[in-house]
Structure formats: C-alpha cells, structure tokens
Design a protein. Structure first.
Length: 336
C-alpha cells in the first residue's frame, strides 16, 4: 500500500467553451462532477503545483501480482498525463470505503475504484459526487457501475467470460468441474462461476476457500480431489490459485486438468508447458491505464468513455499453448 502524498488541490479554471461542451455531456452523469470544474490543459500537463491528483482505490490484497499489474498500468497513464497518482487498496469492503472517503477529504481531482462489494461503495460515491469529484469504476462491478451512479467502467464482463470458459470445457469433453472461489461474496468471481454453469454441459460445483491462506487452499483442493475421482477439471479465479491447483492435482494423484481466469509470468509458462490448459486474460494493466487516462481526458476535454451508457471491455481473451509464446514477453515485463 502506497503512502499517500501530501494533499494538494488541483486548481480549476473555467473555460467558457469547454464548460459549454462538458455541460452537454454531464447532464446525465453527475458522478463526474460539475462541468465548470474542468481544469485547463496547462494544469493537467503536470507542471508545478497544478498537477492533477487522482486516487485509485481497489479491493486487492497486498503483494498480489494481479493488482501489481493494475497499478503498473495506472502509473503508466499517470506518467503520460502528468498526474499525481496514489494507489491504495483494502480487501475489506469497510476498509476500502474508508479509503475512498479519505480521498474525498483530501480533495482529489478524480477517483478510480473497484466495485467488488457494490453496497459498500454507495455512501463514498455519493460523497464524492457531492464534492464534485469524478469517479470511474474498473475491474469489478460491471453490473453495478451504472446503478452506483458511475459514468464509466473499464473491465471484463465476467458472465460472458464464464460462459466462454464453459464452452471451452465442453470442447475438452470435461464432465465435472470445480470452480474455486477464493473470496466469498465477490460479485465478479460469483458471476464467472455462474457463467461457467450456464454453458458447461457437465456438473459445475463451486468450492469456496480463503484466498489469503494458500496452504489451506492447497489442502482443501487436495482433499476434494481425493474424495471425488470424478472431478476432471478445476477452474480457478487467479493465476496463483491455478499454480496451487496444479500442485494439488499432483498431490492427490488426480487426472484433473486446470484452467483459470487471469494470468502472470509463471502461469503463462505453465500454459506453455501444458500444466494449465488455458487462461482467460482480462488485461488488468489495461484496466488501470484506461481508468486513470479517462479521468484526465474528462478533466481536460470533457470526454466520457463509453458515452456513459456502455462499459469499456478489456476482455476476455484466451491464452492457450498455441498462442502463449506471443504473450510471454509481456507477462515477463509485468504488463500482462
């Protein structure tokens, strides 16, 4: 978790022409704040005390490689746009809400947040709106961003991705799949497994584990595989969980295959080596990048990504043994 930099309010100047243009866009998108609050291009360029200040607040755990890639994308956009970026996270919904409220109190110029537990974000988003601070969503909450009053969202449609995985499992002639949910109540993870169930012709069983204790995850998976030899596929919701599942399969002397949502360098190598059948890439680097860049574009040009009516999709894309070589270099660099 980053240390929050000293609060420094981004100066706002009214430009008549820009205000008029933005006013047309903001009529139905009040979470973006008042149109007259847009900053001019000199202030947004990052020079002196006029740097735009953005906070990204996610539900990610510390030392999670997935969120490292989200953060890396956000930092790349901030560097390009001359933005002073703060990245903070808390997997506890109350803690995440507190971080959003802190950003509002600091008077930031934009907030990007995840909606893994949408109800927890209702109050903080309303407070940001009241303070005329634009808010965009990313990663989690594709079904919640519009009801929450956010005008833009960047991520993967998890239900669509899950249905695509179910179809892949049919192609593999699988019969009984475990869908491993490592964070109970996370709407995105639940949507993925529900999507698998909709299209998979075999049996889909959700297995709930504590994602903060990888040793326990391994033990539970091993025990479940030993208990039921009919399980022939494990679907995980993260690269590290897929690699743990590979170990559990070996420990249980099971013939089950492993597939996963999300990837990292080691996971790509596992796909290349045939230990993992495939991975679904939602491109977290891109999610972080687009969310920060969208706030800059709004402040400098009144743009609203997706027009405020549709999400900007970053996935799904399948990484298989056939195309893993083309992704490996990016994964090694921490951007895929």
């Amino acid at each position: 978790m980053n240390t929050r930099p000293p609060s420094r309010r981004f100066p706002r100047h009214r430009l008549a022409a820009l205000a008029a243009a933005v006013g047309l866009l903001v009529t139905g998108c009040s979470a973006f704040g008042a149109a007259g609050d847009s900053a001019d291009s000199d202030d947004a360029s990052g020079s002196g005390a006029g740097r735009m200040k953005v906070t990204m607040v996610t539900h990610g755990s510390e030392d999670d490689a997935f969120w490292d890639r989200v953060k890396k994308g956000a930092e790349a956009a901030a560097a390009k746009d001359g933005i002073e970026l703060t990245y903070v996270s808390d997997p506890d919904p109350a803690g995440q809400a507190a971080l959003v409220r802190e950003a509002v109190r600091d008077g930031v110029d934009g907030i990007a947040l995840t909606l893994a537990k949408p109800g927890a974000m209702t109050g903080p988003v309303n407070e940001a709106r009241a303070a005329d601070i634009p808010v965009v969503g990313l990663n989690a909450g594709i079904d919640a961003w519009k009801p929450a009053g956010l005008p833009a969202f960047f991520g993967q449609d998890e239900s669509v991705a899950g249905r695509a995985v179910g179809e892949k499992l049919n192609e593999l002639k699988a019969k009984h799949a475990l869908c491993v949910v490592h964070e109970r109540g996370n709407v995105g993870l639940e949507a993925r497994c529900a999507g698998v169930r909709k299209t998979f012709d075999g049996t889909t069983e959700n297995l709930y584990v504590d994602g903060t204790d990888m040793r326990a995850v391994s033990g539970i998976l091993t025990a479940r595989l030993r208990q039921d030899a009919a399980i022939d596929e494990i679907v995980t919701n993260g690269a590290d969980f897929a690699l743990t599942a590979v170990e559990a399969v070996a420990e249980a002397d099971s013939d089950a295959g492993v597939a996963t949502f999300d990837l990292n360098k080691d996971l790509v190598e596992a796909v290349r080596g045939g230990n993992v059948r495939f991975a679904v890439d939602q491109q977290p680097y891109l999610q972080g990048y687009l969310a920060v860049d969208a706030l800059w574009l709004y402040r400098t040009n009144g743009n609203i990504s997706g027009g405020g009516v549709a999400p900007v999709l970053t996935g799904p894309a399948f990484v298989t043994k056939a195309n893993a070589d083309s992704v490996a270099g990016f994964a090694a660099g921490g951007t895929r």
